[in-house]
Write a protein that binds this ligand. Structure first.
Ligand code: HDE
Length: 693
């Protein structure tokens, strides 16, 4: 403290209150208390002897507060630490009792409460949202028959085939242990060392190097259950099923240079986007689709349906939509809900069952186990976000933090007590019954031959992409491998890519300025004839829309209010968000009035927007032309293939940003031509514009 304040008397509250005040109990929650409920008289000063200390150990309120603070952090998730969640519901669109006895699918219109957590995989809790990474897509459905967790990703396949390799995979992608970097990045030696030694990772690597790994928003991602599960109907008949989440907003990704810039400008870009969408009432929705098939299909299919490095293309087996997920409520408290939510793959309900996918079998152990070290108690199921919404009755007792005083005398069964002392019993009819199946074979450590083809679907994926997406995959491989210091690792990875596609490997090798090595040995011949699968691409055959996207309008003093208002109105009308960026946060003068802006230009680069408009006065544009951040705003929007609408008086700014005139996707904006700009923006990017090197 500054010396001047040392001799002042403490500024505690006046303690001479009348006795009456003590008896007028304030409304619950208004008076600050200890965790034990004792009301506090002073929240600013600890208990001291004299004016200047020492502090007394007797101050139980101080000690309790610091004690609780000291233990605020819990271990972050070992993977998927960085995540964001929201509440919502699943509405059944089609009853499918023929396929499953699951209660939520018995009647059209059934609504089931849901909680969803999206995440990156590799980064720590505080890592940036736009890392190149797989995204977790974990859904908890609070059904009337218990919680059903579909703990999936935004990519339909995985890096490895056997759970025993998961710790190795994760150790390889996390920070290198002897130096502690890189954070939230796969572009380093140990990751590429591992995956280049594990050819089974090749298919997933193609996905991870594609634009799927840098989604524009959590709202614009597909989700996949990845493994093959089973549906079981009331007659005990079973079929295989794969789960898909289809975003009704569309699928969209950012460009890699955008991702890098967004991580600096707004590391919370994805969580902010989801929060803003839900808070504004633009509730994101996904259709839940299923690919259902029987043993005959599984036997005839090109690959083993138990192999999680393979998918079944929609072109081979269409996705049937059965329900719709809506996220309509942000969390009240991120820690209590998003951080403490515990997803477990083994949380299934009657009507759903597992398969022998060896990755799934391992996961079914891992998820329950990890909750103990993260949440610290077997009683994590009592936390509100984890608690089933249906009645729960069992004889599990005690443990750390047991919140329920479970009644009754007998804590075991069978017992011969009656009434409240008796407790629950299993129900042979309504209860979960594992599908009866016969298993046989030798007990061995062995990878099935049917899992041996590691390259054919990687090839199919690459060849099914649009040329633009292929360019991005080439660039991503080249970027990541260029960060690998050990040349032998790069060469080994290129040798794997030879098996995927000659064009791919040649272009990556050329970019790296390395020779194409001989192909890595492949256990089985790589197949060419799997067919074109446009569903694997983001850009092919997709309906695009600007709804749910964001327009950034750069405005200055003296701008044409009519054009500004018309632009805001037109974009708002199609469900887009519009934000104004001014030279300063205090707003801009339009005529006689001051118009509020959302951002100052130096804090709102154009990477934060899907399209931009320049609505400036001539003098405003001239002034902005002197500012690097304004020139970069325009130049980046152009380089990132964004649509740009510009009033005539903003031409100095376009010139300063070296935007050619004319240029594809740069439209003149007047009050009459706003609709043309809206229509153009629905294409999301001007792919015809040459990419600036
Ligand atoms: Fe996970 N995974 N995982 N995983 N996973 C976890 O569980 C694990 C795998 C996925 O938002 C952990 O509660 C093993 C595939 C998501 O809370 C842990 C294996 C897929 C989330 C764990 C896999 C996933 C996790 C860490 C290989 C896509 C975040 C914290 C056998 C289908 C859930 C936790 C959330 C989280 C283990 C592979 C998705 C350690 C052992 C494949 C979305 O239990």
């Amino acid at each position: 403290m500054a010396p001047a304040s040392r001799r002042k008397r403490s500024a505690g509250p006046d303690r001479r209150g009348s006795g009456d005040e003590l008896h007028q109990a304030p409304a619950r929650g208004e008076v600050m208390t200890t965790a034990q409920g004792a009301p506090l008289s002073d929240g600013q000063n600890s208990l001291r002897v004299g004016d200047r200390g020492p502090t007394l150990l007797e101050d139980f309120a101080l000690r309790e507060k610091i004690f609780h603070f000291d233990h605020e952090r819990i271990p972050e998730r070992v993977v998927h630490a960085r995540g964001y969640g929201a509440h919502g519901y699943l509405e059944t669109l089609e009853a499918i009792p023929d396929l499953t006895r699951a209660a939520i699918f018995q009647r059209k219109g059934t609504r089931t409460e849901a909680f969803v957590r999206f995440s990156t995989v590799a980064g720590n809790l505080g890592s940036p949202d736009l890392a190149r990474d797989v995204r977790g897509f974990a859904v908890k459905l609070y059904t009337t028959e218990g919680n059903w967790d579909i703990v999936g990703n935004n990519m339909p396949v995985f890096f490895i085939q056997d759970a025993v390799k998961f710790p190795d995979l994760v150790h390889s992608v996390k920070e290198e242990p002897d130096r502690g970097w890189p954070q939230a990045a796969s572009a380093h030696d140990t990751f590429w060392d591992f995956v280049s030694l594990m050819p089974e990772a090749t298919h997933m690597l193609l996905w991870a190097m594609s634009d799927r790994a840098i989604p524009r928003s959590l709202r614009f991602m597909e989700g996949f259950g990845v493994h093959t599960f089973r549906f079981v109907n009331a007659a005990g008949e079973s079929r295989f099923v794969k789960f898909h989440w289809k975003p009704r907003q569309g699928v969209q990704s950012v460009l890699w240079p955008e991702a890098v810039a967004i991580n600096g400008a707004d590391p919370d870009f994805h969580r902010r986007d989801l929060y803003a969408a839900i808070a504004s009432g633009a509730y994101p929705q996904w259709d839940l689709g299923v690919q259902v098939f029987d043993d005959a299909f599984a036997d005839a299919f090109d690959f083993d349906v138990l192999d999680p490095t393979k998918l079944i293309p929609e072109e081979v087996l269409p996705v049937r939509v059965i329900a719709r997920l809506t996220l309509d409520r942000v969390v009240d408290n991120v820690f209590a809900e998003t951080e403490q939510v515990a997803f477990c793959t083994q949380n299934i309900v009657p009507g759903v069952d597992f398969t022998n996918d060896p990755l799934l079998q391992g996961r079914n152990f891992s998820y329950l186990d990890t909750q103990l070290s993260r949440l610290g108690s077997t009683n994590f199921t009592h936390l509100p976000v984890n608690a089933p919404r249906c009645p729960v009755a069992h004889f599990q007792r005690d443990g750390h933090m047991q919140p329920n005083p479970q009644p009754g005398r007998a804590a075991y069964e069978p017992n011969s007590f009656t009434g409240a002392d008796r407790g629950p019993r299993a129900d042979a009819e309504a209860g979960f019954r594992t599908l009866e199946r016969s298993e046989s074979g030798l007990t061995r450590r062995l990878r099935a031959e049917s899992f041996a083809d590691h390259y054919s679907q990687a090839r199919q994926f690459f060849r099914s992409q649009s040329p633009i997406e292929q360019d991005h995959i080439v660039a991503a491989f080249a970027f990541e491998l260029a960060k690998v210091e050990t040349a032998a690792i790069r060469t080994r990875m290129l040798a794997n890519l030879v098996n995927v596609d000659k064009d791919l490997v040649t272009r990556v090798a050329n970019t790296l300025r390395m020779p194409v090595p001989p192909a890595a040995p492949a256990a089985v011949a790589v197949r060419d004839g799997l067919g074109d699968a446009p569903s694997l691409s983001i850009l092919r055959d997709r309906h695009t829309s600007f709804a749910g996207r964001k327009l950034g309008i750069l405005v200055t003093d003296g701008a044409d209010a009519a054009v500004l208002d018309a632009t805001v109105a037109a974009f708002t009308a199609i469900g887009a968000t519009v934000e104004l960026i001014g030279p300063a946060i205090g707003g801009v003068k339009l005529g006689r009035s001051l118009r509020a802006v959302d951002h100052a230009i130096d804090g709102a680069p154009s990477v934060l927007f899907d399209a931009v408009a320049l609505v400036t006065s001539t003098s405003g544009a001239a002034a902005l032309s002197e500012r690097t951040c304004a020139k970069e705003f325009v130049a980046d929007a152009f380089a990132h293939l964004k649509f740009i609408g510009s009033v005539g008086s903003a031409s100095a700014l376009l010139d300063a940003a070296q935007v050619p005139d004319p240029a594809a996707g740069v439209l003149s904006l007047t009050a009459d031509s706003v609709q043309d700009f809206v229509t153009a923006c629905m294409g999301l990017r001007e792919w015809a514009r040459p990419v600036t090197p």
